[in-house]
Design a protein around this ligand. Structure first.
Ligand SMILES: Cc1cc2nc3c(=O)[nH]c(=O)nc-3n(C[C@H](O)[C@H](O)[C@H](O)COP(=O)(O)OP(=O)(O)OC[C@H]3O[C@@H](n4cnc5c(N)ncnc54)[C@H](O)[C@@H]3O)c2cc1C
Length: 304
């Protein structure tokens, strides 16, 4: 989350405040958390219920921040909110909340299947912060240009890493079985080849998406934005489901040794963690948006 929020600041801070804020971050090295998920709107990042309530140079914000990784430890929070109390839920801004301007009341612990180290608890957030910390650019544009593509690239790389650990465990298991079997092909080799193929494909997909992002996505026209949005959503869906499947196949290859929570061939940790991938912004939501975006322009063939 920290890297994603930092990317948003680097690319979207208002020019007159950019140097001051970034040099402060470079000097103080704050840990930056993200508060997009909200009680009533859940994982729908395109809508906010909470709103910026401006008064003088300051603003007030109350948000049911239902999932916030390392929220209690963060030095700064970037939160999405409606631009004002009378703005529609889709008219969102991104606001910088320095920790000293925030009061957090914990509403729930993070007792999850996996990803426990993220400490993504539930909080009632109350902020009284300088209005100059509200980014001028609409959140919709920040989301399309940076928040979503960077999140999907970074998460995808993490999920690929989790899957590679499980697959490496399966490889060691198979090598041991091959040695014990006098060099004959061990059972599970086909499954390993399939999983390895999916892992190689996921890495290629990530590498080409990262190169495209570095080259600068063309968001100049509606058509280009639609294409970039669908590609970014598709990256997340493909990698999250593909890597879950790789870990599950690694479990099958290792059998009981993989299912156990101890021993050299356990894939317990990887399985618990990778289960978060398809629901971390639910793939149902992303598929729906890929489908809607796909309807507005013709399907392209290779090279077009
Ligand atoms: C490890 C981890 C760390 C996280 N850290 C943060 C963080 O730091 N900050 C933050 O703001 N959030 C964070 N989140 C939350 C995340 O960004 C999503 O908001 C969250 O995963 C969505 O949870 P949800 O399934 O309850 O919500 P929703 O996406 O609202 O889904 C709720 C239910 O509705 C269904 N549903 C939703 N949309 C549709 C649809 N269009 N069609 C059909 N069914 C639908 C889903 O299947 C689901 O069952 C984190 C999540 C995880 C797993």
């Amino acid at each position: 989350m920290h890297q994603i929020q930092l990317a948003c600041l680097v690319r979207h801070l208002d020019p007159h405040r950019r140097d001051e804020i970034l040099s402060g971050i470079a000097r103080d090295q704050p840990l930056i958390a993200s508060s997009t998920t909200e009680g009533s709107t859940g994982g729908d990042m395109s809508r906010s219920e909470c709103a910026i309530l401006a008064h003088g140079d300051m603003f007030h914000l109350t948000k049911a921040s239902s999932v916030m990784s390392y929220g209690a430890e963060a030095d700064m929070i970037l939160a999405t909110a409606r631009r004002s109390p009378d703005a529609p839920t889709t008219d969102q801004v991104l606001a910088i909340l320095p920790r000293e301007c925030v009061s957090l009341t914990r509403r729930g612990d993070w007792r999850s299947l996996g990803m426990r180290g993220t400490r993504s608890g539930s909080f009632d957030l109350l902020a009284e912060a300088p209005l100059s910390g509200v980014l001028q650019q609409p959140y919709r544009d920040i989301h399309a240009a940076t928040m979503e593509p960077v999140a999907h690239l970074l998460w995808g790389a993490v999920w690929c890493g989790i899957a590679s650990e499980a697959l490496e465990t399966a490889r060691r298991f198979l090598r041991r079985a091959a040695v014990r079997g006098g060099g004959s092909s061990p059972p599970g080799l086909d499954l390993f080849a399939e999983a390895l193929g999916d892992h190689i494909s996921a890495r290629s997909l990530l590498e080409s998406a990262a190169a495209a992002f570095d080259a600068g996505a063309d968001l100049s026209s509606h058509r280009a934005m639609v294409g970039a949005g669908a590609a970014s959503a598709n990256l997340k869906v493909q990698i999250s489901e593909g890597m879950l499947s790789v870990v599950l196949r690694s479990l099958k290859i290792c059998g009981l040794a993989g299912y156990r929570t101890d021993g050299d061939h356990s894939v317990e940790r990887q399985l618990r963690d990778i289960c978060s991938a398809p629901i971390m912004i639910n793939n149902f939501r992303l598929r729906e948006s890929i489908g809607k975006l796909g309807l507005v322009q013709e399907v392209r063939s290779w090279g077009k």
